[in-house]
Design a protein around this ligand. Structure first.
Ligand code: PHE
Length: 453
């Protein structure tokens, strides 16, 4: 009980709720995953698919999850035991969510480690160059060192355990609330610099003029997977955070704001990266290294650029913290509430497991380079299973539950704050979408994307 009181502390103001939720959404997804996937999958056409998935799948599932969490006021697995009236094993969706949390943290902590590393590289001058070869080499050297990779990951794990043990403290929220606008501003600065490089317009064309001939079912699945990953949905994070929401918080409005703010950060990252990619002769389909080679290169073209690079990666590392803490909160909330163990024990045991498991992802650029399953190394495989299988499947079932099994009366009570809000039209639209549109879309894309049809 004591833990619960501590945990719910931080969510007392409406701004605090938005900061925490946005803190979970904004992270490596915006500045690392979004640009690299957009680059690999052909640019603007991928962006269009991603936007459609965000509105028709992401937003409704986010509203459903937050409402379910707030209604039950407990962790994700318990929520899915408590709310259903039927005897079906809905809680398995929560279990899949915990599995997804492990898989995501296994690779996310590694990339966050690279971000931290780049702060030091910037200060030492190692990444101050506009030469594509030098930049790719620096990145390549970093990921091919097993010791460096493991140290990066374990360092990040130690840092987030420290924060989670203290509870979702005011500290991290205050920090994200203040620093998020600075990150935003810095993205605007890189964006302007990137746009004013000679030859930048090719990048804008790539990002905004779609060529739909390149779309396949796999592209669609990846775009939808990104929408899930971005909004932290389909695996219990938003359900857990929903349980900390205030009773008078307007859920549909909050979710819409978070979605729009999150999209704008991604768009800014795209505008900061793609014009520079084309102007400086980088390749848009460089994949995971894209962020690490283009951002320093753009800044390197201005005086004192290394300071901006350092600042950028400092802010980026802070943005990753809010996201990682929210992922870790899923198993930790479950363990503390279910087995009545302390937050410290729950966090440390979870993190230890992630360290063991995550090292397989961390070493996939070096020692385990040739160890592949389904044609993917462990890093890519963990990413693929979580974003493209577990989260969409979880989201599908959450939408089906909210639309068909929870009961329209209960949905309406949560979405209107028991009648206090007059948003009947929103409730009607939401129910229609989670009943028909979201499940059908996810099902069709999932089955085709995984080549099961
Ligand atoms: N939304 C986060 C990001 O974009 C990642 C995340 C996924 C967070 C799942 C919580 C749950 O970086």
């Amino acid at each position: 009980m004591k833990n619960e009181i501590i945990k719910r502390d931080g969510f007392t103001t409406s701004l605090g709720v938005i900061a925490a939720t946005l803190g979970s959404a904004v992270g490596l997804g915006n500045i690392w995953k979004f640009p690299s996937l957009t680059g690999i999958n052909g640019g603007a056409s991928f962006l269009v698919l991603y936007l459609i998935s965000t509105v028709l799948v992401g937003l409704p599932v986010m509203i459903a999850e937050i409402s379910m969490g707030r209604s039950s006021k407990t962790n994700a697995i318990e929520t899915l035991k408590k709310l259903p009236q039927d005897k079906k094993p809905w809680w398995l969706v929560g279990v899949a969510g915990v599995a997804a949390a492990f898989l995501i943290l296994a690779f996310y902590t590694e990339v966050a480690g690279w971000v931290f590393s780049y702060i030091f590289k910037a200060v030492s001058g190692a990444v101050v160059s506009t030469d594509p070869r030098v930049m790719s080499d620096t990145f390549g050297k970093m990921v091919s060192s097993p010791v460096h990779s493991l140290l990066c990951q374990w360092g990040v794990l130690a840092l987030i355990s420290f924060i989670v043990i203290k509870g979702v403290s005011k500290g991290i929220e205050n920090m994200t609330k203040r620093l998020m606008p600075v990150l935003f501003l810095l993205l605007v600065i890189v964006g302007v610099r990137s746009l004013t490089l000679p030859g930048a317009s090719e990048g804008l064309k790539f990002l905004f003029i779609p060529d739909f001939s390149k779309i396949t079912w796999t592209t669609l699945l990846v775009a939808m997977g990104l929408a899930f990953f971005k909004l932290s949905i389909g695996m219990g994070t938003m359900m857990t955070y929903g349980s900390y929401f205030r009773d008078d918080q307007n859920i549909p409005a909050t979710a819409t704001r978070v979605m729009l703010a999150d999209l704008s950060v991604s768009m800014l990252a795209g505008i900061a990266i793609f014009p520079a990619v084309f102007a400086l002769g980088f390749k848009p389909d460089a994949g995971p290294s894209l962020l690490f080679i283009t951002i320093p290169a753009v800044f390197s073209s201005i005086p004192m650029g290394y300071l901006f690079v350092a600042l950028f990666f400092i802010l980026a590392s802070i943005a990753t913290m809010g996201a990682m803490v929210s992922i870790l909160e899923v198993p930790v909330a479950f363990l503390t509430e279910q087995f009545d163990i302390s937050r410290t024990k729950a966090t440390l045991s979870t993190v230890l497991l992630i360290a063991v498991f995550g090292s397989m992802a961390a070493l996939s650029g070096s020692t385990l380079k040739d160890f592949k399953l389904f044609g993917m190394n462990m890093f890519d495989l963990f990413d693929f299973i979580s974003s493209n299988i577990l989260m969409p499947a979880g989201g599908l079932l959450i939408a089906v539950f909210a639309g068909w099994f929870w009961g329209a009366g209960k949905v309406k009570a949560e979405l209107t704050n028991r009648g206090a809000l007059k948003n009947e039209a929103v409730v009607t639209a939401f129910l229609f979408i989670v009943k028909w549109v979201t499940p059908l879309l996810v099902l069709i894309i999932l089955l085709n994307g995984l080549k099961l049809l």
